[in-house]
Design a protein around this ligand. Structure first.
Ligand SMILES: [Zn+2]
Ligand SMILES: [Zn+2]
Length: 351
C-alpha cells in the first residue's frame, strides 16, 4: 500500500490536484481539472472526470469523500476504472474504502462493484438499481445473456470480472454523517434510468448527479423517460448546488442543471410542435432540421450530438420523445440508430 500521506501529496502534488477550493467561487465552478486528473473540490472531497471511450479504463466520472474512518466512492465505474480510481485514492489516504455508491445500473457506473468488494468495500444503491439490473442483467438472474455478457465481448476488464449487484439498498435516501462531512444519497425520481440517485453534500453545496445530468452530448435515453427527467431535474435544482459534478463531462456550476433541463424541454417542445401530429414516415424527415434548431440555441448546443460524430445520440433522443408523446415508433433510422447503439453501448457497457 502506498504510504504517502495526504499532506505530503498536497505539498508536492499541486500539479496533480486542482485546488478548486482555493479559487474564487466563480472560477472554481466554471470548470474542473482535465479528464483523468484528481480534482480536489473541498477538503476531503474529490472529483475525477472519466473519458467516454471504449478504450478508457475510467469511463464515467467519479467522486470520493474521505470521512474520519472510511472513504465513500461515488460510482464504481468499469472494473478497469475501479482499479484506476482505487489506486488514485490510495495515493491520497490509507483510510479503508468502505462504500461504493452506484448512481445507476449502467456498466460504466456499476460493473466495477466486484473490484470494490475485492478491496473491502460494499456496493450500495437505490433499490431501483437492482430492479433495473433484474430487467437488463438477465444472464446474472438465470435468464438469457444480458448487458454484462454483451459488454464482456468488447471489454477485457468486464470479461475478467463478474457482475456484483449492490447489496445495501435504500428506498429513497441514505445519509452518511460523521459530524465533519455529510453526504445524502437521494432518489429524486425517474430520469436517465428508473433507479437513479444523486449524492448531495449540503455543507459544501456540491452535487454529484450520475447521468441525471451530463455536460456534453452524452445523454443516453434508452432506459429512462424524458418526460419525467424534466421534473427530476427540478428536484435537483431545488437542492441549491454551487458545484455540479455530472456523470460525464467536466464539472461546472449550478447552471449546468438548467442547461441540461433546457435541452430536454426544447427537445420535447420541438418534437411536440413539429412531429407529434405527423405519421412516423413524415416525422423522421424532420430530425435534421430539428437538430439545426437546437444547435442554434447556445445554452443547449453542447448537448446536441454531431451527425458526423462516432456516437451521435440525437436521432435516438428524438425517437424516444416521439415514442413517449405518440406511443408510436419513429420510422426506422437504420444507420443512425444502429450506429448509436453500437458505439454508445460499447462505451457504456450496455450492449
Ligand atoms: Zn454513464
Ligand atoms: Zn448511464
Amino acid at each position: 500500500m502506498c504510504r504517502i500521506t495526504r499532506r505530503e501529496l498536497l505539498a508536492g502534488g499541486a500539479a496533480v490536484l486542482n485546488l478548486a477550493s482555493e479559487l474564487p467561487a466563480s472560477q472554481s465552478s466554471a470548470g474542473g481539472a482535465e479528464a483523468g486528473k484528481v480534482d480536489l473540490l473541498a477538503p476531503d472531497i474529490y472529483f475525477h472526470e472519466g473519458q467516454l471511450s471504449a478504450q478508457a479504463d475510467a469511463v464515467c466520472n467519479n467522486g470520493w469523500i474521505i470521512f474520519e474512518d472510511y472513504v465513500l466512492v461515488i460510482d464504481a465505474n468499469f472494473p478497469g476504472g475501479a482499479r484506476e480510481i482505487i489506486g488514485k485514492i490510495r495515493r491520497i489516504t490509507d483510510r479503508p474504502i468502505r462504500f461504493a455508491f452506484d448512481t445507476h445500473h449502467h456498466g460504466d457506473h456499476a460493473y466495477g462493484n466486484q473490484v470494490f468488494v475485492e478491496n473491502g468495500a460494499v456496493p450500495l444503491a437505490h433499490t431501483g438499481v437492482v430492479e433495473e439490473m433484474k430487467r437488463y442483467e438477465t444472464g446474472y438472474y438465470a435468464g438469457k445473456p444480458g448487458a454484462w455478457e454483451q459488454a464482456a465481448k468488447g471489454r477485457a476488464d468486464v470479461k475478467n470480472s463478474k457482475l456484483k449487484p449492490p447489496s445495501v439498498l435504500f428506498p429513497r435516501e441514505l445519509f452518511f454523517d460523521d459530524g465533519k462531512h455529510r453526504v445524502e444519497l437521494i432518489h429524486l425520481g425517474v430520469a436517465h434510468t428508473h433507479g437513479d440517485a444523486v449524492a448531495w453534500l449540503p455543507k459544501e453545496r456540491i452535487l454529484f448527479t450520475g447521468d441525471v445530468c451530463v455536460n456534453g452530448p452524452y445523454n443516453y435515453v434508452g432506459d429512462g423517460e424524458v418526460e419525467k427527467w424534466v421534473p427530476t431535474l427540478d428536484a435537483a435544482k431545488q437542492l441549491g448546488a454551487r458545484t455540479v459534478c455530472p456523470g460525464h463531462g467536466p464539472r461546472g456550476a449550478a447552471a449546468m442543471l438548467d442547461d441540461q433541463q433546457a435541452f430536454f424541454k426544447m427537445l420535447r417542445e420541438q418534437v411536440g410542435a413539429l412531429m407529434a401530429k405527423k405519421p412516423p414516415e413524415e416525422a423522421r424527415a424532420l430530425v435534421e432540421p430539428l437538430r439545426a434548431t437546437l444547435k442554434a440555441n447556445p445554452q443547449i448546443a453542447r448537448y446536441v450530438g454531431e451527425r458526423s460524430a462516432q456516437w451521435d445520440p440525437f436521432p435516438a433522443q428524438v425517437q424516444k420523445v416521439y415514442l413517449e408523446m405518440t406511443g408510436r415508433k419513429l420510422a426506422a433510422l437504420p444507420r443512425e440508430s444502429h450506429q448509436a447503439r453500437l458505439v454508445h453501448a460499447r462505451a457504456h457497457g450496455l450492449a
